[in-house]
Design a protein around this ligand. Structure first.
Ligand code: SF4
Length: 157
């Protein structure tokens, strides 16, 4: 069994702007060797840096079911790339026998429970990103970075 994690949380510079979302707790987790870093947007074929995207018209589940699209800030439709990245991640999760996936909140790929609303105004709405939705739909346990850290804090207090 293993755990997959959004690569940007462990310090990999795979964020749309070429940066990362490093948190010391996740960097420490990476050192244990039990987590496998993945970036669905890179796995889908996007380069880094890249133009940021948001889900327009719904959630990640709506994207998978054809009711919403993933659109870049400059209005390109990148839906198929996001779906490909989600399936590549699912494939890796299955190969690694992952029993947990820790994903970065609010991302149109990785968001778990929270995503941006598609207006590029940083307004947050309830919902999953495309990868989080696909993993959940396939019975894999997904937790956001925030919830994971909160649970760790409660466990340690
Ligand atoms: Fe991080 Fe996920 Fe965005 Fe990649 S797709 S940069 S792993 S939040």
């Amino acid at each position: 069994m293993s755990t997959l994690i959004s690569a940007c949380l462990t310090g990999v510079n795979c964020k749309y702007n070429g940066g990362n979302n490093l948190h010391p707790a996740f960097a420490a987790l990476l050192k244990t060797g039990i987590v496998v870093p993945i970036c669905p947007e890179q796995l889908g074929g996007l380069s880094t840096p890249r133009i940021s995207s948001e889900i327009v018209g719904g959630t990640g589940l709506d994207v998978l079911e054809g009711r919403a699209r993933v659109i870049t800030r400059d209005n390109q439709d990148v839906t198929e790339i996001y779906i490909k990245g989600a399936y590549e991640t699912l494939n890796i999760a299955r190969k690694c026998l992952a029993d947990l996936v820790i994903l970065k909140n609010c991302s149109p790929s990785c968001g778990e429970g929270k995503i941006y609303d598609g207006t590029f105004t940083r307004r947050i709405v309830p919902g999953d990103g495309v990868t989080a939705a696909l993993l959940k739909d396939n019975g894999i346990t997904v937790i956001s970075d925030e919830d994971f850290l909160e649970k760790q804090k409660q466990g340690g207090s």
